[in-house]
Design a protein around this ligand. Structure first.
Ligand code: NAD
Length: 289
């Protein structure tokens, strides 16, 4: 299948490589020369513009930084330039309203489009083990599923247009709040004289258990290998967690939902990032508690 891939950064680079490895003809484009060079090394054909990359494509996949860029790329260079039979898949994490707006514009021009944001970081993108949450019609999902399956371990239909983005930000709002709750519980346990491994052994088998504790423990040397064991480097940057929490707050305001824990998590990550920790793994917030 001829697949155009737009946005070959930390995530998109590995995803495009996995599509090429699966035998697809990947027509890749990015604004950054080093991203283009890496795509070439990984078996993609590279182009000098979005419009050239989407010529004759049967599907277009994008993995871009934010909603504004996604809207610009689709409105200016994909819609009306890719064949109308091409399935459009945006895998970026963006706000629900922009996702719906771009999908409406695509549909009005005759295209099928899905929002398909991912859970899993750079290692999962490289390893082809992402989880995709997909918003779009049943027909569009049926076409998207086999393409996404080449880049992930799970592909789940979340609902209609925008539902993938809604699932993603709700999931990450839980993640931000549970990470902070886990960090402060370990900090308090230590102040109360508990051995942290012992506290982990108890809480990981009790009702305080969560993914933040048992898959990504913020305490070095406790639980499975995690960024805490690597000086809080690698993993999921605090700036990206803050981005997702801001998207969640924006969506909550639009929907009239009360999200006090999510709001507090956003404030704490905002302060953490403003202190020069934007590039630090999000579990590093334990150092401030
Ligand atoms: P990144 O900044 O590494 O990559 C984005 C790429 O898009 C860059 O290479 C950039 O040059 C390119 N780009 C920007 N504008 C462009 C344009 N107009 N045309 C073509 N290319 C353009 O970011 P990333 O970490 O790969 O994240 C991509 C998306 O995935 C984001 O929406 C992010 O929120 C989401 N995400 C990231 C992670 C993670 O752990 N990094 C995890 C889940 C989801």
């Amino acid at each position: 299948m001829k697949i155009a891939f737009i946005g070959l950064g930390n995530m998109g680079g590995g995803m495009a490589a996995n599509l090429a490895k699966a035998g697809h003809e990947v027509h890749a484009f990015d604004l950054a020369e080093e991203a283009i060079a890496r795509a070439q090394e990984n078996g993609c054909q590279t182009y000098t513009s979005v419009r050239d990359a989407v010529q004759g494509a049967e599907a277009v996949v994008s993995m871009l930084p934010n909603g504004k860029i996604v809207e610009q790329v689709y409105t200016n260079d994909v819609i009306g330039h890719a064949p109308v039979s091409a399935l459009l898949l945006d895998c970026s994490t963006i706000d629900v309203a922009t996702a719906r707006k771009v999908e409406d514009a695509a549909r009005a021009a005759g295209y099928e489009m899905v929002d398909a944001p991912v859970s899993g970081g750079i290692a999962a993108a490289n390893g082809g083990t992402l989880t995709f949450m997909v918003g779009g019609s049943d027909a569009a999902f049926a076409k998207a599923e086999p393409i996404l399956a080449r880049m992930g371990k799970a592909v789940i239909h979340a609902g209609a247009s925008g539902a993938g983005q809604a699932a993603k930000i709700c999931n990450n709002m839980i993640l931000g709040a549970t990470m902070i709750a886990t960090c402060e519980a370990f900090a308090l346990a230590e102040k109360l004289g508990l051995d942290l491994q012992t506290f982990y052994d108890i809480s990981s088998k009790a009702s305080g258990q969560s993914w933040s504790m048992t898959s990504y423990c913020p305490v070095p040397g406790v639980g499975p290998q995690s960024p805490a064991d690597n000086g809080y480097q690698g993993g999921f940057a605090a700036a990206l967690m803050l981005k997702d929490l801001k998207l969640a707050m924006e969506a909550a305001a639009g929907a009239g939902a009360r999200v006090p824990m999510g709001q507090r998590a956003e404030e704490l990550y905002e302060a953490f990032a403003a202190d020069g920790n934007g590039g630090v793994d999000f579990s590093g917030i334990i150092k401030t508690l």
